[in-house]
Design a protein around this ligand. Structure first.
Ligand code: TSJ
Length: 645
């Protein structure tokens, strides 16, 4: 007997005289409660928010089918969630075989999503795509109301069990489906919803479903957002380019369907050197790429070369522009919707349906060539930009070879100022990047030489947002980081060669320190993205104050904590309150015990949940446009001390 059926037997299910099919349902939902991680990935805050997306996806499917144009998500004051749409309402009739309504099937049967109705594309059933029954199983209560044919139907569940029959409770002239649920605090480690997290994902869904209006209301503090984009992913491109300078105004946009594969592509170029391409399949952000992305890339490179040759912007016997050349400064969003998406890869975010590649390739080639012909001034700008990229790439290649040759000559020698650790196993080694020589000196004296290495950086760190690779590689600070890390950059990046499993940025707790930290992080984000994605980068937290009272010392890490400490120990008889302006003001013992001792220190891990959000922040902080930066700093300066980017 399986573990699950044993548990089911032990409970009082049989005492209630359930029939065969109901026992199967309960076993299924019991399994969800026993191993929630298998169904929603995690029971942390991420999983908590995932419940909302599971429900919303069902309403989005109704919108894709053409029967709904508005969805309202509300965070109630008790952190329960309601989702309402204005679609046809889940069918309320009795399912002939199962003997229960479609509503009850949806909420009590695993993987019931999309089993009836048929036809069209569905975004539910995607990445986790586990359906409404999983949300039901993991909710202390769930109430569904269907507004249909003049009546309001209602049914209640608790932890996956049916509590009431589906019954008519009212009259109505509305149409739609309403769901109210409370995530079970026996399951979730965190039960407080974040408005910003929900807003981020709902905005993405709204971009990907043009015309659909999504309202997000927060009744805890009377906040709201309306996410509604008639232009769909075209407006997504505008949004990504917000803090950047586009090199032409018009956005290329195409939507077409071939062989039942619906393809939407929007793109524009900006004057930066980085590429932002976001690919989606059935509204899932396919960060590992796949066939839709390959089709797009192949079409873009081919079309630009063909156009350039045809209109004599490229010489007949010149080398072709490469994919990298034509994607410098590109912002593109690709969204495909297909009946039966297949995902593979480490995070199951790589689309593998082979038929998609040529469909995307054909659609993009045809329409983009036409777009260039119709807009010759844009065509010329794109070719010129690509040619510049090609020349710069040659220069960068030479610079990189020089760096490689130098390192070979140095025989793999580390930068002179690096005080390396004795440990050779990267898993046990950590690197502190410290700004300034005096702080570097203190850190070298404070460290545990066995496992802690120190790399002091002095002088200007280049703003990589404003330079191409050849110039970046000419910067000594950046070169010393690349050499010390050992893992290379960009296409040469190799995590296996990384020499430290923790890289800790330690700068002064002042404005200059924050600026230097942002410069270092920008470099890491643009050239060593996997380091950030895999959580190898940390920020050290030196204390802001030292309070001394009756021979005791208190180290304090924020203004709020200072208030609390002073209230705790009493303000009378306090000798000095020392404000640390720089790391250099601490002696090595103090630096060790407050900031570097693994047993006591506080490290902030740099995370990157959302690549678009991160890109916007870095473009804004480090780019040319002053306005958005000023607004951002005004908005956040009051509340945030360390940006958790
Ligand atoms: F799944 C769910 F219960 F969580 C949920 C479903 C939650 C929300 C907020 C909305 C929905 C939902 C389902 N909205 N609209 C629908 N539509 C159907 O289920 C439906 C209606 C009619 C037909 C038909 O063929 O006549 C087919 C379907 C799938």
């Amino acid at each position: 007997m399986s573990e699950i059926s044993k548990l089911v037997q032990k409970s009082d299910i049989e005492a209630k005289e359930y029939d065969e099919s109901q026992i199967q349902i309960l076993e299924g939902l019991e399994a969800v409660r026993i191993r929630p991680g298998m169904y929603i990935g995690t029971t942390t805050s991420k999983g908590l928010h995932h419940l909302v997306y599971e429900i919303v996806d069902n309403a989005v499917d109704e919108a894709l089918a053409g029967f709904c144009n508005e969805i309202t998500v509300t965070i109630k004051s008790d952190n329960t969630i309601t989702v309402m749409d204005n679609g046809r309402g889940i069918p309320t009739g009795i399912h002939p075989q199962k003997g229960i309504s479609a509503v009850e099937v949806v909420f009590t049967t695993l993987h019931a999503g999309g089993k009836f109705g048929g036809g069209g594309y569905k975004v539910s059933g995607g990445l986790h795509g586990v359906g409404a029954s999983v949300v039901n199983a993991l909710s202390e209560f769930l109430i569904v109301k269907v507004y249909q044919d003049g009546k309001v139907y209602k049914q209640e569940y608790s932890r996956g069990e049916t509590i009431t029959k589906l019954e008519v409770v009212d009259k109505t002239n509305l149409r739609g489906t309403f769901v109210h649920f409370k995530p079970d605090d026996e399951i979730f480690e965190e039960t407080v919803y974040s408005f910003d997290v929900l807003k981020q994902r709902l905005q993405e869904i709204a971009f990907l479903t043009k015309g659909l209006k999504i309202n997000l209301l927060d009744e805890r503090e009377d906040k709201k957002a309306t996410l509604h984009y008639e232009g769909g992913i075209k407006e997504f491109v505008t949004y990504i380019n917000d803090n950047k300078t586009a090199i032409f105004d018009k956005i290329f946009y195409v939507e077409d369907t071939k062989d039942d594969i619906n393809v939407e592509v929007a793109l524009q170029y900006n004057d930066s050197y980085t590429e932002i391409t976001q690919a989606y399949a059935n509204n899932i952000n396919t960060i590992e790429g796949g066939t839709h992305l390959s089709g797009f890339k192949s079409a873009l490179t081919k079309t630009i070369n063909e156009y350039g040759k045809k209109f004599n912007l490229l010489k007949e016997n010149d080398k072709n522009l490469t994919g990298d050349d034509v994607r410098e400064g590109l912002v593109a969003v690709i969204s495909v919707k297909i009946g039966d998406p297949k995902f593979e890869g480490q995070t199951k975010t790589k689309l593998t349906n082979s038929e998609v590649k040529s469909v995307v390739d054909n659609i993009v080639s045809e329409y983009f060539y036409y777009f260039l012909e119709e807009n010759p001034s844009i065509g010329k700008l794109i070719i010129e930009k690509s040619l510049m990229a090609a020349r710069a790439r040659d220069a960068a290649k030479k610079a990189r070879e020089l760096v490689r040759r130098k390192t070979a000559l140095d025989n793999g020698r580390m930068p002179g100022k690096l005080a390396d650790c004795l440990e050779k196993d990267p898993e046990k080694s950590e690197l502190y990047i410290v700004e300034g020589d005096s702080a570097g000196g203190s850190a070298k004296n404070a460290r545990t030489p066995k496992t802690q290495a120190i790399l002091p950086l002095r002088g200007k760190i280049l703003n990589v947002e404003k330079s191409r690779l050849d110039k970046i590689l000419g910067n000594e600070q950046i070169r010393s980081m690349i050499t010390a890390f050992g893992c290379g950059i960009n296409e040469d990046f190799d995590m296996l060669k990384l020499r430290y499993h923790k890289i800790i940025i330690m700068t002064d707790a002042d404005v200059d320190g924050a600026h230097i930290r942002t410069l270092i992080l920008t470099f890491m984000y643009r050239y060593m993205t996997p380091l950030i994605e895999s959580g190898k980068i940390y920020i050290a937290q030196p204390p802001l104050y030292k309070v001394e009272k009756s021979k005791k010392e208190y180290y304090v890490y924020s203004d709020l904590e200072l208030e609390n400490v002073l209230n705790d120990i009493g303000r009378d008889g306090i000798k000095p309150i020392q404000r640390y302006k720089g790391l250099g003001e601490m002696n090595p013992e103090q630096l060790w015990s407050t900031t570097m001792d693994p047993a006591k220190r506080i490290l902030l891990k740099v995370t990157m949940e959302d690549a678009i959000a991160a890109d916007r922040v870095f473009s804004m902080l480090m780019g040319d446009k002053v306005e958005p930066r000023r607004d951002f700093i005004r908005e956040y300066a009051k509340t945030v001390e360390v940006l958790d980017i």
